[in-house]
Design a binder for this molecule. Structure first.
Ligand code: KG4
Ligand code: ZN
Length: 361
């Protein structure tokens, strides 16, 4: 492995024994994990705030920040205990610095910086989107570049061309709701619970995906996407047909979202002649999306990299792993104590935003 953690003061050479603590607090999961040199996830603890936010049907930023504050120390302690190591064994602390909810990010970044100071090890800022993307690489070897990455979560839906490590180009994105947001909103409307993605996924398995022909917006039109019209179509349909089975609506809705995501990803992959397709983000756990994307890849002769389901939703192993991988590639530009939280941090704008431009933590 090449590269070292930390600029200036006490850089740490990255090797197979390098142990990185990852910290993640960008949204509604408080997570800490220890990852060793290569791809070995030694411990991974995720404390979900789902119960706290369920009553509101979505994430309440103030509630999230407070819950992170309460959970973070115990979660870090648990990650160390599960790994059977003390703080003296940790070589670096990696933490999500953006994008995400600013109050939530501040809790994680402040704590991670405090630990890095106390333990006298480097602090590494990680882009949450990049971590989602790298989580697919945890289980797969190199397939070459360019790759087309479909990042689909509660906050983002975008297609990215990855031309190399740290070299990204935005190809398309949702012009309104993120796909995960649409899942959450439709699930709330159907009273299926929160978060909506897993609930709709489960209900859809019992329904008929052709029961309602919901619209597939912008299907033949470039690489951008739109999901807010679909959400409205679902609510209008159910209001007009109150006796319809939720399973049939869920299955028809899921089929419409997946059709769009697969068609757009396929088009993007053809346009850049991608060596492979990578999925990342919470919605990448969707059962139909995984099978349909895999089938489309097979039909087009492209490799499809799917993260394991646990790696799809927010966790800290992917944060530590992304930090290690960027150093492995010697392309990290964020191992700097001055690196501050960034509520917005587009992947393709990485180079444009110098460290310290965000809010101080
Ligand atoms: O990546 P993530 O954990 O958090 C963000 O960074 O947003 O993604 C959470 C989103 C939620 O909207 C959730 O409903 C969705 O991912 N999700 C799913 C599934 N599991 C989680 N959506 C569809 N199908 C699933 N199985
Ligand atoms: Zn996420």
């Amino acid at each position: 492995m090449s590269g070292a953690f930390g600029r200036g003061v006490a850089p740490v050479e990255v090797g197979p024994d390098t142990l990185v603590l990852g910290v993640e607090t960008s949204c509604d999961e408080t997570a800490a994990a220890l990852v060793l040199g290569g791809t070995d996830v030694v411990s991974s603890v995720v404390s979900s705030q789902i119960d706290l936010h369920a009553a509101f049907g979505g994430v309440v930023p103030e509630v999230a920040s407070r819950a992170h504050l309460e959970s973070l120390n115990p979660v870090v302690e648990r990650a160390l205990a599960d790994a059977g190591v003390g703080p003296e064994r940790v070589d670096a602390v990696a933490c999500t610095v953006g994008p995400g909810l600013i109050g939530a990010l501040l809790v994680g970044v402040s704590a991670a910086k405090a630990l890095s100071l106390a333990w006298e090890v480097p602090f590494i800022g990680v882009n949450h989107l990049e971590a989602h993307l790298y989580s697919s690489f945890l289980d797969h070897g190199d397939v070459g570049f360019p790759l087309v990455v479909l990042l689909v979560s509660g906050g983002h839906t975008m297609l990215i061309e990855m031309r190399g490590h740290g070299d990204y180009r935005l190809l398309g994105r949702t012009i309104d709701d993120a796909a995960g947001e649409a899942f959450d909103k439709v699930a709330r409307f159907l009273d299926l619970g929160y978060p909506g993605g897993p609930a709709i996924d489960a209900a859809a398995e019992l329904g008929d995906p052709e029961y309602v022909a919901f619209p597939r917006a912008m299907m033949n039109d470039g690489l951008d996407m739109s999901f807010s019209g679909l959400k409205t179509a679902v609510t209008n349909y159910v209001r007009r047909n109150p006796d319809v089975a939720s399973a049939d609506v869920a299955a028809s809705f899921r089929a419409a979202v997946v059709d769009v995501l697969v068609a757009k990803t396929r088009r993007a992959a053809a346009e850049v002649d991608a060596a492979g397709i990578v999925l990342g983000g919470g919605v990448a756990a969707n059962a139909l999306l995984r099978t349909e994307m895999t089938a489309a890849g097979a039909a087009d002769g492209r490799v499809v990299l799917l993260p394991s389901r646990e790696m799809c939703t927010d966790n800290a192993a992917m944060i530590a792993w992304a930090a290690l991988e960027r150093h492995h590639q010697n392309t990290s530009d964020s191992d700097d104590f001055e690196f501050a939280p960034r509520p917005r941090w587009p992947l393709d704008g990485k180079a444009a935003a110098p460290p310290g431009r965000g809010v101080r933590a």
